[in-house]
Ligand binder design. Structure first.
Ligand code: ZN
Length: 302
């Protein structure tokens, strides 16, 4: 078994979004497809690894966000079987709703960022549930339910390693800084903390976040992500309670994150890498929505 990160050079920036090539006894398997906008780069990288697109018969996606599964439909139309969380399956078959939902976040930048999202033929989509085993030759992937970043999220365990999608946060190579992607509408602090416990208990020797590459100090990484997660949620909660507007919160949250990044030695261009893969306004909207939903739920319970 061999694992290779294919660098999709998202928006021309190296090492921000990976598609993982896992080579087993029945040939190569892709974990994550990246968006439609990086499909050409993915094929180039695949060719450099010695493979043709028709060699790809199986594709696993951790969740259906466009930076992870935007190109899944193309692979399905070209004969690959796509394995996706049961909640996400219908969105790959009928991507219109997902596209519309992403448009609310990204506005007129949709095409530039994500390219095209093609519908997957239904027979090419396998809906996966918690604990399901996907066996491809000598590769045995186990789907682990890992909500928090999104409800429809799986981490895929392969032996004592795991492909963590966004569930273990973002860490870009060469930077000693971690980032939390907390998009609307499904970001949920509590379930994400439970997910981090679950990942920690699994004692993986190595994890592969989609953003980006191999992480070996797994328990330390997870502890740091937990602290960051709590900090970002708290930052937004306190300011919401003080009546800060959404736009002012975006400014404050951005300044705060950039200061933290600089203090950790991240260069100005490095900050652009992080912001490209994880726009900070998106996390403000996701966290604000989470706290509002919580407040509404508490109110309707009384
Ligand atoms: Zn995501």
């Amino acid at each position: 078994m061999k694992i290779q990160a294919l660098d999709l050079h998202f928006q021309g920036i190296p090492e921000t979004i990976a598609s993982y090539l896992v080579i087993g006894s029945e040939g190569p398997v892709l974990v994550e497809t990246g968006p439609g906008s990086t499909l050409t780069m993915l094929k180039t990288q695949l060719a450099q690894a010695g493979y043709h697109p028709t060699d790809i018969k199986h594709v696993l996606v951790t969740h259906i966000h466009l930076d992870h599964a935007g190109a899944a439909g193309w692979w399905a139309q070209n004969g690959a079987q796509i394995y996706v969380h049961e909640f996400g399956a219908r969105h790959l078959i009928h991507p219109e709703k997902l596209w519309a939902s992403a448009s609310r976040i990204y506005g007129d930048k949709m095409q530039t960022l994500w390219g095209e999202m093609l519908p997957a033929p239904p027979e090419r989509v396998t809906a996966v549930r918690d604990g399901d085993i996907i066996e491809i030759g000598d590769l045995r992937f186990e789907a682990i339910e890992t909500p928090g970043h999104a409800r429809h999220h799986h981490v895929f365990r392969l032996g004592n390693i795991a492909f963590t999608g966004d569930a273990a946060g973002i860490r870009l190579p060469g930077f000693n800084f971690l980032d939390i992607p907390a998009p609307p509408p499904e970001f949920d602090l509590e379930t994400w903390l439970t997910t981090l416990d679950k990942l920690n208990q699994a004692q993986f020797s190595v994890i592969y976040p989609t953003h980006y590459g191999q992480v070996k100090n797994v328990s330390e990484h997870l502890a740091q992500i937990r602290a960051r997660l709590q900090a970002v949620a708290e930052f937004v909660r306190v300011r919401m309670e003080n009546g800060m507007s959404r736009d002012d919160l975006v400014v404050a949250y951005t300044e705060w994150n950039h200061e933290l990044a600089r203090a950790a030695g991240v260069s100005e261009s490095g900050i652009v890498h992080f912001d490209t893969v994880n726009p900070l306004y998106m996390s403000v909207d996701g966290i604000m929505r989470y706290w509002r939903k919580r407040a509404e739920a508490a109110q309707s319970a009384t």
